[in-house]
Design a protein around this ligand. Structure first.
Ligand SMILES: [Zn+2]
Length: 229
């Protein structure tokens, strides 16, 4: 490129080829990559597969989420979901599953905060009623919601969603409530504290049968959600 110099040259500096290369490399490094629509699919993606087994079908669903590693090797390194696939021998849901995964993958590639997908999906209720996960895993309002839970655990695993730690005070409050309830109802406190009182109701927030009624208040012994009156 030619450039006409129409001012007096007052200073000059010789930059070696090596220095130029170093500078260019540093500049490239300083540029923070973001997820956007035109991001090129790398040759290799890292991912994880989650198995979903519902009592509604004899075949499991396998949810695979592949991530792109942005700003690899820098302090800004992040894993962002790039695409999602769902495989199953069960063809009942084929049509909407393909549509859902294509739309989700498109949302992933748009970039920005994609964690909202988790809440949207977890809030989907099957009009025919949900199901209890086999092996005492709690209630699932729909298959879509369970895919949402899989996405949530994936996003927690890659650090996109921070694991919410229950504050100490709230944990103690729950333990106290539970002890009080068990004393009032003459129930034996079981050793591991794993099971909730047998007459617990379903919690609408964490889908666990752990809600007790005491002093006119509903309290979930699992997540601490509570409503009075
Ligand atoms: Zn709860």
């Amino acid at each position: 490129m030619l450039k006409k110099i129409d001012k007096k040259i007052v200073a000059y500096e010789v930059i070696s080829l090596e220095e130029q290369r170093k500078k260019a490399a540093q500049e490239a490094k300083d540029k923070i990559e973001d997820m956007h629509e035109n991001v090129e699919r790398p040759e290799m993606l890292v991912g994880a597969t989650y198995k979903i087994k519902t009592p509604q079908s004899e075949h499991a669903l396998y949810v695979t989420i592949n991530d792109m590693v942005l700003n690899h090797g820098t302090e800004h390194e992040v894993r962002q979901p790039f695409e999602i696939f769902i495989n199953s021998k069960n063809m009942d849901h084929f049509q909407w599953v393909v549509a859902l995964t294509r739309v989700m993958s498109a949302v992933f590639r748009k970039g920005g905060d994609v964690t909202f997908l988790v809440d949207e999906m977890k809030a989907v209720f099957d009009p025919q009623g949900g199901y209890f996960k086999p092996g005492g895993g709690g209630f699932m309002p729909s298959i879509v919601a369970e895919i949402g839970f899989a996405l949530e655990s994936h996003m927690k695993m890659i650090g996109l969603i921070k694991e919410e730690q229950m504050p100490e005070a709230q944990r103690n409050m729950i333990l106290a409530k539970r002890a009080e309830y068990e004393t009032l109802n003459g129930q034996q406190k079981d050793g591991d504290g794993g099971d909730f009182p047998a007459d617990s109701k379903m919690c609408a927030k964490c889908y666990t049968k752990a809600v007790i009624i005491m002093d006119g208040c509903l309290t979930c012994l699992n997540c601490g959600d509570s409503k009075c009156g």
